[in-house]
Design a protein around this ligand. Sequence first.
Ligand code: NAD
Length: 247
Amino acid sequence: MHLTHNPRVALVTGAGRGIGKAIAERLAAHGHTVLCVSKSSTCEAVAADIVAKGLKAKAYQVDVSDPVAVAKACEAIAAEFGAVEILVNNAGITRDKLVMAMTEQDWNDVISTNLSSAFYWTKGLVRPMTRKRWGRIISISSVTGVQGNAGQANYAAAKAGLHGLTMTLARELAGRSITANAVAPGFITTDMTDELPEEVKQKILSFIPLGRFGSVNDIAAMVDYLASEEGGYVTGQVFSIDGGMAI
Ligand code: NAD
């Protein structure tokens, strides 16, 4: 399908590497101005690479779990760019332990980075987005948020929380032609999965009907569709891109 991309301002959190980087690069390739956010300075290199290709990007080093830092960034962005029209909440971390061993810190770190961050960015950017009467809020969830996973209570709760936030935003913002959707990846080949021991990889593969890990481009392609003009009649949904894991 040929997708229509009118040039917009997009913001991608966790754009320093992995899935977020692929999403940022793809949105930039379609002519959007992409604001790349990460906690470390990696977003600078991603934005610089995009700009070096003659495309539009700017980096913002922000800790997404810090509501004051996010609010400050949103003010600066509104002053420079007006409205952000495509928001991709992608930044995420894991702190895996069985509930019996999980600390309050493990719980809070994952909830604030993976879930509260999406609320902070949405709250900070939504007013100008409603004035544009066009918007896309896309949150990157996980197969763990769909079906749970032993050792990931904090992560599963945060990702399932994103689904509740997404369905509610879809209802609250539909009148302004703003859609809200979530994408739930399964196992995607990234630096993180590359480091897994071979026997762990084989075990994981046995749970994936398509028999292989996904690529960052599989996720970026779905975000691309949801962000396009053609994606405008889809809202409040969670899309599993997981090789069939959550069937
Ligand atoms: P990654 O660890 O490679 O990259 C995460 C990015 O988020 C980095 O740029 C990092 O700087 C940023 N980040 C982390 N904490 C941050 C903070 N507090 N403030 C700002 N930025 C922060 O991760 P990834 O594998 O690309 O995953 C991206 C998203 O996809 C995450 O939400 C993750 O939960 C989800 N996901 C990944 C997989 C997978 O197999 N890789 C599977 C399911 C879901």
